[in-house]
Design a protein around this ligand. Structure first.
Ligand code: ADP
Ligand code: ADP
Length: 224
């Protein structure tokens, strides 16, 4: 089974906006998959459905072989989502943020590795300050660590480099490559073709809630 399989996925928001208009897509295990599309294409909606934050209104979604309707907990345990918004409880420290997240996912104390994760994203020296004191780049790195707490096989990053300067962008890309090399399936959304080209081995293009292309990077570039 693929890491993620979507079959005719639909979302019509309460106000009538049809954000996803029948998305069918397979994301192979071990791939570095880019979901490319302009603002408003439906990328965040798709991710939020997989994250369990938005209810789909039609179709089917499976994560790591688990149907999100039939096995929501297993599906949720199989992905880590790095959201676009840099939102935290400002009065927790990075260390506490990760411990809390581990608790939410039922990771037993002896299997927690909050300090190790903070070291990985180079935040060990900020482990015990309040998150409100972190810079934007530090917050983004903390969000990545937070998504990894339960050691999911699939990581989804929503516009990971939106509003990020060149230096931090390179660091984030390097970090995502290391995760991928370690065997994690990576899905990232972006509206920069350049970013998808640089990082991804497979790219799907979304527009108006539909998949308009789904190709290996080589095929996509050959066609352009
Ligand atoms: P739903 O219950 O359909 O998932 P939400 O609770 O996410 O809807 O959003 C409630 C309302 O907030 C929407 O019907 C819409 O009017 C407004 N809204 C929130 N985010 C957006 C957005 N990005 N674009 C347009 N409207 C939005
Ligand atoms: P992207 O992530 O590709 O920019 P989104 O999934 O955020 O696209 O949005 C897809 C469409 O759905 C847009 O037209 C957006 O305004 C609309 N939308 C997003 N969230 C909501 C919401 N909560 N309520 C109503 N419309 C929404």
């Amino acid at each position: 089974t693929p890491a993620i399989r979507l079959t005719g996925l639909e979302k019509t928001y309460a106000g009538g906006k049809r954000a996803l208009d029948g998305i069918s897509l397979e994301i192979p295990r071990g791939s570095m998959f880019g979901l490319l599309g302009p603002n408003g294409a439906g990328k965040s909606t798709l991710i939020n459905i997989l994250a369990g934050l938005v209810m789909k209104t039609g179709g089917k979604a499976e994560v790591w072989g688990f149907d999100i309707d039939e096995h929501p907990r297993n599906a949720k345990a199989s992905i880590g989502v790095v959201p676009q918004e840099l939102l935290f409880d400002a009065f927790f420290t990075p260390f506490e943020t990760l411990e809390l997240q581990a608790g939410l996912y039922g990771v037993p104390k002896e299997r927690r590795r909050s300090m190790e994760l903070l070291e990985k994203v180079r935040l060990a020296d900020k482990a015990h300050v309040y998150t409100r004191q972190l810079s934007g780049g530090m917050k983004r790195r903390l969000l990545i660590a937070k998504a990894l707490v339960h050691n999911p096989p699939v990581i989804i990053l929503d516009e990971p480099t939106a509003g990020v300067d060149i230096e931090l962008r390179q660091m984030l890309w390097q970090y995502v490559r290391e995760l991928h090399a370690g065997g994690t399936t990576i899905v990232l959304t972006t509206h920069y073709l350049e970013e998808a080209e640089e990082l991804c081995d497979r790219i799907a293009i979304v527009n108006h809630g539909r998949i308009v292309a789904d190709k290996s990077k080589a095929d996509l570039l050959a066609q352009a």
